[in-house]
Design a protein around this ligand. Structure first.
Ligand code: NI
Length: 167
């Protein structure tokens, strides 16, 4: 496994459409393993392949609602159901140091394939629902800053650190 460099918002790659994964081969597994290591190293809760410069529909989301926390690997993911609304502080590993309020569903269901191509569905609440939306948007070239309603002062945010999450 290897750490990959996380691109920041100036990079054109982050604005591009990612392609569907068709081959569930060793190359895909290496990408996922590297993304896992990169995400764990970053301290964030989600990572999309375009953030490491690979325009493929692959995302990782750390399910922090599980005990112990569980890393969900999702290939060709799609958010298929959303419920509720919550206004949450959001950040992104590709936009370091920037946080803002975004409206997200309180609950979401995602459909995806695992690294071997098997389809599955997964539900998430709170930060996990937020993350499902945020990460799949990366695959279509969108950054959370397009949705920010109000930017948040980083020092004020750190005082209520339970709300902050880098995705
Ligand atoms: Ni992000």
């Amino acid at each position: 496994m290897a750490l990959r460099n996380i691109l920041t918002q100036e990079d054109e790659q982050l604005r591009k459409q990612s392609r569907k994964v068709e081959k569930f081969d060793e190359r895909l597994h290496t990408l996922i393993d590297d993304m896992r290591e990169t995400l764990e190293n970053s301290g964030g809760v989600g990572l999309a392949a375009p953030q490491v410069g690979v325009l493929r529909r692959v995302v990782l989301v750390l399910d922090i609602n599980k005990d112990p926390e569980e890393m969900i690997e999702m290939v060709n993911p799609e958010v298929i159901e959303r419920r509720g609304e919550q206004r949450m502080v959001e950040g992104c590993l590709s936009v370091p140091g920037v946080y803002g309020y975004v409206t997200r569903p309180t609950w979401a269901k995602i459909r995806a394939q695992d690294r071997f191509g098997n389809w599955f569905e997964r539900e998430g609440e709170g930060v996990v629902a937020q993350c499902f939306c945020h990460e799949t948007e990366h695959l279509d070239g969108h950054l959370f800053t397009e949705k920010v309603e109000e930017y948040v002062d980083i020092e004020a945010l750190q005082q209520k650190d339970e709300e902050g999450a880098d995705e």
